[in-house]
Design a protein around this ligand. Sequence first.
Ligand SMILES: Nc1ncnc2c1ncn2[C@@H]1O[C@H](COP(=O)(O)OS(=O)(=O)O)[C@@H](OP(=O)(O)O)[C@H]1O
Ligand SMILES: [Mg+2]
Ligand SMILES: [Mg+2]
Ligand SMILES: [Mg+2]
Length: 353
Amino acid sequence: MSYQQERYIAELAVQRACLLTQKVFFEKAKGTVSKDDKSPVTIGDFGAQALIISAIRKNFPNDEIVAEEEASSLREDKNLSAEIWRLVKDIKLDDAESDNILGGPLASEESMLDIIDNGNSAGGPKGRIWALDPIDGTKGFLRGGQYAVCLGLMVDGDVKVGAIGTPNLPIDDAAPIDASQSAAAGNGVLFSAILGEGATSRPLTSGTLAASKPISMRPVAKISDAVFCEGVEAGHSAQGDNAAVAELLGITAPSVRLDSQAKYCSIARGAGDVYLRLPVKKDYQEKIWDHAAGDLIVREAGGQVTDIYGNRLDFSKGRTLAANKGVVAAPKAHQDQVIAAVKSVLKLKSVLK
Ligand SMILES: Nc1ncnc2c1ncn2[C@@H]1O[C@H](COP(=O)(O)OS(=O)(=O)O)[C@@H](OP(=O)(O)O)[C@H]1O
Ligand SMILES: [Mg+2]
Ligand SMILES: [Mg+2]
Ligand SMILES: [Mg+2]
């Protein structure tokens, strides 16, 4: 089965949601609230989730959705809910036909809350399940850095389609990776992949989809020549361990720190080579929406994505990657070497503890 229609809807829905997040990005307050786990969520996250789930419901009414956010706090905070609705009701693609394909505007504020709560699937190994991160890298979004709107489709636990909007990455796939890149005029990229059919990038627009180009990881002769990326937040990955792995591999270039799945996208287009996300906490389980789309895009661009033990990411375990720890993405030919370095750094660390 080809997933062309799913990819088309995913890209169009992500592109429409980016119109909303881009609007919020330039607001100072961004309606930020703190969730139970102390992590931030903004009106941009809620609004993008509502728009994307509404588009999936319209086109694939029987599919399930695992999404990061839920509406209980909005039901208790009428002002915040009204603020999100004011934004959501006015967002549309400037091509009426494309907007209609996504189902047009949402019906009401109340139905918007119900739609947000439609992302509550438990996930698992059977059936068609979308994984949605309406804003990945919310801390980067708040800081004025990189963020990504991420959507993947899993069928029987396997990722078949991925789409990622990165409003702050440069359009040019050949542009060097640069941690300071942000909302410069003319930025904004839409990445996508279908399993077995390769990965592409195209400029984000406000209407119909722009023409796409195939992307691929760049060839790296020696792993010591690689550029590696990692997250900005020290609480999300062990930057000291990442650095030790790079040193062991003979990599001398400093890491490039980027928030969100912009890291997967950057290595997939050859603007970097290796993505290290070594765990900070033993018991943290990575969320499927933080990786589903990026994992497929990197693999379809010629890379390999595994956990720190060298096992493929397993999206069939529910809302989290319960069977995996950390993430290591690298060119296929070098993955074993990178995993060997990861293992020896982590082994040494446990011996020294
Ligand atoms: N302890 C811990 N370990 C690993 N990951 C965690 C942890 N806590 C949170 N999160 C998730 O990190 C997501 C953001 O990842 P990033 O790659 O953007 O991190 S970084 O800011 O670049 O460091 C972030 O996604 P968003 O909430 O969508 O921003 C979280 O789901
Ligand atoms: Mg979050
Ligand atoms: Mg995330
Ligand atoms: Mg998020």
